[in-house]
Every structure is written in C-alpha cells, then in structure tokens.
Design a protein around this ligand. Structure first.
Ligand SMILES: *Cc1c(COP(=O)(O)O)cnc(C)c1O
Length: 363
C-alpha cells in the first residue's frame, strides 16, 4: 500500500503548529495550498529589478483567504459542541462561514451591511444556506451587534476576534516560505479589520529559526506593509473612521478589531501603512488582469498598488523579494469589474464579414 499524498487541507498539513487536538473532527474543504505566482510583466513596466510574487488566495474553496481561519474556527466550534455560528461580514467571512457550517451541518447566522455587499458573496451565503440578516448599518455596526448578541444567544462568534481564526490564517506565511525556500524581504497586504496582517506576522515569527519547516530553515522575517483604501484608512488617520467608504467593500471598515496586533506587526517588522484612492485601486485591479492574467477583488489589488508605489520610489529597493497577498477572487464582484471595463456594447450582424471587419478594426 502506498501512503496517500492527496492534499487534505491546512489543519492536516500544519497540525503540529495549530491548536488541533486528538479526536477533533476536522471540518475542511481542502483549503490552503494556494498558488504563489511570480509577476512577469508588471516589474518590467516599473523598470525595476525585483521579484514580486502574488499569493492568490482567491483560489480557496469559497474564493478568499477567509477559509483558512474558518476551517480552524468551525472545527473548534464543533469540537466545543456549538450548534450555530455567527459573524458580521463585508461578504467574504459570511460566504466562508456559511460553507463551513454547511459542511459541519450546523447553522450560520451572518450580519451583512444592506446593499453594500458584492453580488457573488451574497449569492454564496444564500446558496450555502446561511441565515442572512441584513442590517441598516455598516460592518462596524454588525460587529458590535454580533458581540452583544453572542453574550446571551447560543452562537459561537467566527469573526477574527475568535483566536482560532488567526491561527488558521497564519498558515499562509508557512506556505510562502515552504514554496520559496526563503523568507520574503517585504510582505504587502490589504488591511481592513487587520486580522490577516496580524496572522501573517504571527506565522512568519513562528517559522523563523524553526527547524520543523517543510523547506529551508529561515532566519528572518519580512517587513510588513499594510495598505488601505483612502476612504477607510484608520491606520493612516490614527483612529476609528466613522463612515468608511470605498469601492473595495472587503476593506470598508472603520474600526479594526485587530488594531493592537497590527500595530505590533508594524513596529516589530519595521513596516508601514499607506492608503490608495478607489481610482488607484481599480486601476491596479485592471492592470493585474490585463498584464498578468490574474483577476482579484478590488480590495486585494491594493496590496499591489502599495508594492508598485514603494518599488517605484525605492522604499522597497531593487533586488528585493516581495510577496503580495491577493485576498479574494475577482469573480466575487462582477458588477464593479464590468463597470470599469470599456467594452463595445453594440452588437453586429451574425455574419462572417462583419466579424472580420470588427477584428480588423481593433487590431
Ligand atoms: C477580509 C478581507 C480583507 C481584509 O482582511 P482583514 O483581515 O480584515 O484585514 C481583504 N480582502 C478581502 C478580499 C477580504 O475578504
């Protein structure tokens, strides 16, 4: 008999580094193990000699990195006997929570901001059978309500204030080192609630100088670069933002729950925060699709907006190894994608000559 090598998700792969205990029923959709893709054309556009890789988290089972935290959090919730989970969400957490709850055969309650959630994410929560509660408020209102309700209702919170979420999410840093056989010099991330940047920093610190890595032993950690949307940038303004607004709905958050952890990552790694306008974010989203064939969410693209700016200015020097996390899949938000594309809306006759003419015109 041969040893099975089929990939079975990140709790299985990194069990020794996670709070996975004997006899736990693992709730998994084989999340993780996402591709680390080297950008081939954008560095040339910048005329800079840098190695830039994107960790394409949009290829997780529900299309975002949220699945990493959710497999751990739902596994723990089921282990503790929970029959229901609850979260506030800008969309992706609700999609992920709904899927893992379906897998575990428990209930998921999701609080989402009315009218401010991308169509694909709403479709997912509906299909996976979540109990959807639309609130006339934003993510921050939803987060506050979830905390209040969970004090009395028999529901487990699976937002990133649940410590098991960050544990699961830190595995992305492990995968990057295992794939590169080295630690990046700079790691660029979008920052909303700030759980992900905190989780990556934890993962990198745990892997540094560890002899149990799957690949090389690395003796360093990267500089952590966090990027926000200009209309939802509490790490730039220095405090909570009351009415966060951005086309990048996944990071439309004014009061980040992992505020302290993120500042810690910033201080300890010698990193920085920066913010970009919606126009800049959408331009990068299009550039990634156009130039590299990678279609990510608007929120994800801000990590590359940041990397491009800092590589251009030399803040990230030539010769650096840079990794950007593309947090979610572009298919989540088709409306925003289509709205920014300039396609010819007029149809032509279904005739060979007309088609040939159309091709010649745009060659
Ligand atoms: C959740 C999410 C983010 C923000 O991550 P935080 O951990 O909240 O900072 C960014 N992009 C996408 C696509 C997300 O789903």
């Amino acid at each position: 008999m041969t040893t099975p090598t089929r990939y079975q998700g990140l709790l299985n792969r990194y069990a020794e580094r996670l709070p996975v205990t004997e006899g736990m029923q693992i709730i998994s959709l084989n999340e993780g193990d996402t591709p680390l893709i080297q950008l081939q054309n954008i560095p040339g556009i910048l005329k800079k000699n840098v190695d830039v890789f994107v960790k394409f988290e949009g290829l997780n089972p529900t299309g975002s990195f949220k699945d990493r935290g959710m497999t751990m959090a739902v596994t723990q919730a089921v282990h503790e006997g929970s029959q229901a989970i609850i979260c506030a969400s800008t969309g992706n957490t609700s999609a992920s929570a709904a899927a893992y709850a379906a897998r575990a055969q428990i209930k998921a309650f999701v609080l989402i901001p009315e009218g401010k959630i991308a169509m694909g994410k709403l479709a997912q929560a509906m299909m996976y059978g979540a109990r959807i509660i639309q609130i006339q408020g934003n993510f921050d209102d939803g987060m506050r309500l979830v905390k209040e309700v969970a004090e009395t209702a028999p529901v487990a919170i699976v937002n990133s204030i649940n410590p098991y979420r960050l544990e699961g999410q830190k595995t992305a840093a492990f995968e990057i080192i295992d794939a590169l056989g080295a630690c990046p010099d700079y790691h660029c991330l979008p920052v909303g609630n700030a759980g992900n940047i905190s989780a990556y920093w934890r993962g990198y610190k745990e892997y540094a100088n560890s002899t149990e890595t799957l690949a090389a032993v690395v003796d360093k950690t990267p500089v952590m670069c966090g990027y926000q949307a200009a209309g939802a940038a509490p790490f730039i303004t220095g405090g909570p933002v009351d009415n966060p607004e951005t086309v990048a709905t996944a990071i439309r958050i004014g009061n980040p729950q992992s505020w302290e952890y993120a500042w810690q990552a910033n201080r300890e790694s010698g990193g920085w925060f920066d913010a970009f306008t919606d126009a800049e974010i959408l331009e990068t989203q299009k550039l990634l699709a156009d130039q590299e064939g990678i279609f990510c969410e608007p929120a994800s693209a801000v990590s590359v907006s940041g990397a491009m700016k800092d590589i251009t200015s030399g803040k990230i020097p030539e010769g650096s190894l840079v990794v950007c996390t593309l947090t979610g899949n572009g298919l989540k938000d088709p409306d925003t994608a289509i709205a920014q594309c300039d396609v010819n809306p007029t149809a032509i006759p279904a005739q060979r000559q007309a088609v040939e003419q159309a091709i010649l015109e745009s060659l």
